[in-house]
Design a protein around this ligand. Structure first.
Ligand code: ZN
Length: 88
């Protein structure tokens, strides 16, 4: 996990636009790459899809712009978070 506050946001407050929970850490399932503006993320609390902006997160709903592989990866991440939140 990388703390979001390591410089990608101009403001440090990064709340989920879906549920309002503060998300201040990001994990990269493919390695240890630093998150950047434009990347997609999934809220650890509600599994909503987020897009990183310079000021925090926006809701992301342009799923038709994603490749089938990226969409599958996103749906798998959402399913994992929902499962974890169900058993905890
Ligand atoms: Zn959320």
């Amino acid at each position: 996990m990388k703390r979001i506050s390591e410089g990608i946001f101009k403001r440090r407050k990064a709340t989920c636009p879906h549920c309002g929970v503060r998300n201040d850490q990001l994990g990269d399932p493919d390695g240890d790459r630093q998150p950047k503006v434009g990347d997609l993320a999934v809220c650890i609390d509600c599994a909503g899809v987020l897009q990183i902006t310079e000021s925090g997160f926006d809701k992301f709903d342009k799923f038709d712009t994603l490749t089938a592989d990226d969409l599958e990866e996103l749906r798998n991440a959402q399913a994992c978070i929902r499962h974890i939140n169900t058993v905890n």
